[in-house]
Design a protein around this ligand. Structure first.
Ligand code: XLS
Ligand code: CA
Ligand code: CA
Length: 437
């Protein structure tokens, strides 16, 4: 056990000074007719929480996460399960997410890795039996092993493509065995550095083939959940094919995968694509493809994927506005986030989760207040009201030709500028709601 003296992290309210208590996340509090815990199905990320040890490009790890076991052993794999369940139980987190190779050390022979995955998933199932903890999603890591240096679905090497397929098959088997809600494809190496050595059209078609084969296999073995693409514009590749929500949606529609696939939107990936987090959520949502969320944040001064625990309440509020408008998520909120390198104790990990959960609880509370207040929504509705009658109504009913519209304009001779966009007025309302009560 890691936290021997801690039973559960409890809600103590905004004035509590206890670092190991929630200030805003109150699981049973009802917001807009639903409990906070139902609005916010949080998930623990296996890789960052139980794996990441603070290593970066310039230095070794700063926290020992070997839990007293030998590195790369099955004993450590099991100890990680115990630690993961302890952390989830203590925080009241009901879901977890994993890559295949987060769960067990990868062997040279894929058959040995698969046996290890069978063993560890049996162990996880036995732990799940005494709890209400479930699997949010699984995925295959098709970016760490050197065989994927030229991509997985986009590789030039047919044998490597088969290894990618084998990993996806096994990761799907394990996800279904653990009752996962979803299955993620993050195309870390599905991209390229230079057109001088790349056939983009061929690579895109081969990726679509792999996704289609995965969809067909998943449905065959009884997977009822959503497949997700997780967009990201760059890193590790210079150009990644799933650049952002709009690009991924276009790709899925082109390959007739939009009924089985939704998107897993990560905050830090949206900002790397030059968008706000809320923008990518909105694009996914209006296409009925907002499935799940990687709830982290980046750093606007750094140009890479810093995967920080969410702290920014404005961002969380705008995110929750999108989620509430979407009617919730079929997936959940995965903390694809890690502590900063100098935060190198298990206690830091626990406090980081408390921060993330409290930040999203605040986001939910504030988003619900913005909705109840109604001024922002009314403003947007009124803004487009010229399309509710007259020529505007005919336009949206598709009753006019381009000539009709030109005749209308010419008859009017001139037109005034539209009504004010009132951005500052609206931002002031947001601040009033965030800080005025
Ligand atoms: C990396 C991604 C990755 C996915 C799952 O940038 O965020 O962790 O979420 O493969
Ligand atoms: Ca990330
Ligand atoms: Ca992610």
């Amino acid at each position: 056990m890691i936290f021997k003296n801690l039973d559960k992290v409890k809600y103590e309210g905004p004035s509590s000074k206890n670092p190991l208590a929630f200030k805003f996340y109150d699981a049973d509090r009802v917001i807009l007719g639903k409990k906070m815990s139902e609005h916010l199905p949080f998930a623990l990320s296996w890789w960052h929480t139980l794996g990441a040890n603070g290593v970066d490009m310039f230095g070794r790890g700063t926290i020992d996460k070997n839990l007293g076991e030998e590195a790369n052993s099955m004993a450590l794999a099991k100890a990680k399960v115990d630690a993961g369940f302890e952390i989830m139980n203590k925080l009241g987190i009901k879901y977890f997410c994993f890559h295949d190779v987060d769960l067990v050390p990868e062997a040279d022979d894929i058959n040995v890795t698969n046996q290890r995955l069978d063993e560890i998933s049996d162990y996880i199932l036995s732990k799940m039996a005494n709890t209400d903890i479930k699997c949010l999603w699984g995925t295959a890591n098709m970016f760490s092993n050197p065989r994927f240096m030229n991509g997985a679905g986009s590789t030039n090497d047919a044998d490597v493509y088969c290894f990618a397929a084998a990993q996806v098959k096994k990761a799907l088997d394990i996800t279904v065995k653990l009752g996962g809600r979803g299955f993620v494809f993050w195309g870390g190496r599905e991209g390229y550095e230079t057109l001088l050595n790349t056939d983009v059209k061929f690579e895109l078609e081969n990726i679509a083939r792999l996704l289609t084969l995965a969809r067909d296999y998943g449905r065959k073995i009884g997977f009822k959940g959503d497949f997700y693409i997780e967009p990201k514009p760059k890193e590790p590749m210079k150009h990644q094919y799933d650049f952002d929500a709009a690009t991924a949606i276009g790709f899925l529609k082109e390959h007739h995968l939009e009924k089985d696939f939704k998107l897993n939107i990560e905050a830090n990936h949206a900002t790397l694509a030059g968008h706000t987090f809320a923008h990518d959520l909105r694009i996914a949502s209006i296409n009925n493809m907002l499935g799940s969320i990687d709830a982290n944040q980046g750093d606007y001064l750094l140009g890479w994927d810093t995967d920080e625990f969410p702290f920014d309440v404005y961002e969380a509020t705008y995110c929750m506005l999108e989620v509430l408008k979407n009617g919730g998520l079929t997936g959940g909120f995965n903390f694809d986030a890690k502590c900063r390198r100098p935060s190198n104790t298990w206690e830091d990990v626990l406090e980081a989760y408390i921060l993330g959960m409290d930040t999203f609880a605040l986001g939910l509370i504030k988003a619900s207040q913005i909705i109840e207040d109604g001024r922002l929504e009314k403003f947007i509705k009124d803004k487009y009201s010229s399309f509710n009658e007259g020529i505007g109504k005919k336009i949206v009913n598709n009753e006019v030709s381009l000539e009709d519209l030109a005749d209308y304009a010419c008859a009017k001779k001139t037109v005034a500028t539209p009504q004010s966009g009132k951005q500052e007025h609206l931002e002031s309302i947001v601040n009033q709601i965030l800080f005025g009560r």
